[in-house]
Design a protein around this ligand. Structure first.
Ligand SMILES: NC(=O)c1ccc[n+]([C@@H]2O[C@H](COP(=O)([O-])OP(=O)(O)OC[C@H]3O[C@@H](n4cnc5c(N)ncnc54)[C@H](OP(=O)(O)O)[C@@H]3O)[C@@H](O)[C@H]2O)c1
Length: 272
């Protein structure tokens, strides 16, 4: 592959692109002819890059802990090092955390979650968006959650971070539209990834229950981004019905009660 071939392809950056929804989003971009840069914190970047490389585009990796200021700056430096304008930025890296707010979850874990889900999202957008505005071109996908449309007891902090993501995306969308940059929010419903296990939610009804296919969720996010839509609920028809209809009709208290039953520690057994 020559340098000029690579330069003619669009370039996408995906945080958390080594596994889960982020990996599947990266696969969508690669399959649709994008060179990509994927970032992650732990292991698995080389293997993910090798699999993504089957589409014949250029895959770059950057290992960075996005819970830290320096980690986000290091990722931005890696983006700049490619010397490529960013056509699409996917702010996907995120953690979940289940448990009782009092007597369950640890404050350190909650602050790390906020640092990743909220602070790194703002920080990286702040670095990358100005260049998009200067070029009057670019697309930003914020991976929020259907949890942004409901209070989430036993994931109280997580749901708040995802509501932030949706609000941030909708506001940026409005601000950047006149500059030729579009912003889209992806709101996945429960999806088959490591998310619930990592978030200590294996013993919850939602963690142990049926989940959506991450490939399908990512395809829906990619299509919405490319179509310039404001947001899309990711998942099957029932996920979309919940995000687009039920959660707009029920009161916050009713939605909180429903989520309580799904996310309460031990609720997996109660539903057996
Ligand atoms: N799965 C669901 O049911 C669901 C539903 C709604 C929304 N979402 C959202 O979808 C996004 C992706 O989650 P997922 O389901 O695909 O979960 P996942 O498979 O656990 O992936 C999480 C990603 O975030 C990265 N990450 C975690 N800690 C990081 C750190 N300190 N620095 C940099 N990157 C870090 C991970 O990289 P490492 O592997 O290297 O740590 C991984 O790539 C999240 O924003 C999540 O809130 C998921």
């Amino acid at each position: 592959m020559t340098e000029s071939q690579s330069q003619t392809r669009p370039f996408a950056v995906i945080t958390g692109g080594n596994q889960g929804i982020g990996y599947e989003l990266a696969a969508q971009f690669a399959a649709n002819g994008h060179d990509i840069l994927i970032s992650a914190h732990g292991d698995g970047l080389p293997e993910a890059a090798e699999r993504l490389g089957q589409h014949g585009t250029t895959i770059t990796t950057a290992k960075a802990d996005l819970t830290t200021y320096d980690g986000v700056e290091a990722l931005y430096a890696a983006i700049c090092e490619t010397d490529r304008p960013v056509d699409a930025l996917v702010l996907n890296a995120g953690l979940g955390l289940g448990g009782h707010f009092v007597g369950g979850t640890a404050l350190d874990d909650e602050l790390r979650l906020i640092a990743l889900n909220v602070t790194s999202t703002v920080h990286l957008a702040k670095r990358v968006a100005p260049d998009m505005v200067a070029r009057r071109a670019g697309r930003i996908l914020v991976v929020s959650s259907v949890s942004a449309t409901t209070p989430t007891p036993f994931e109280a902090v997580y749901g708040g971070t995802k509501a932030f993501g949706l609000s941030f995306a909708e506001a940026l969308r409005n601000e950047l539209a006149e500059h030729g940059v579009s912003v889209t929010a992806l709101l996945p419903a429960q999806t088959e990834t490591n998310f619930f296990h990592r978030g200590d939610m294996d013993d919850t009804a939602i963690g142990a229950g049926d989940k959506n296919d991450p490939t399908e969720v990512a395809r829906q996010g990619y299509d919405a981004l490319m179509a310039g839509q404001d947001k899309v609920v990711g998942g099957d028809w029932s996920a979309k019905f919940k995000g687009n209809v039920t959660n707009k009709i029920l009161t916050e208290e009713q939605k909180a009660d429903a989520h309580h039953d799904l996310a309460r520690p031990g609720s997996a057994e109660a539903n057996d």
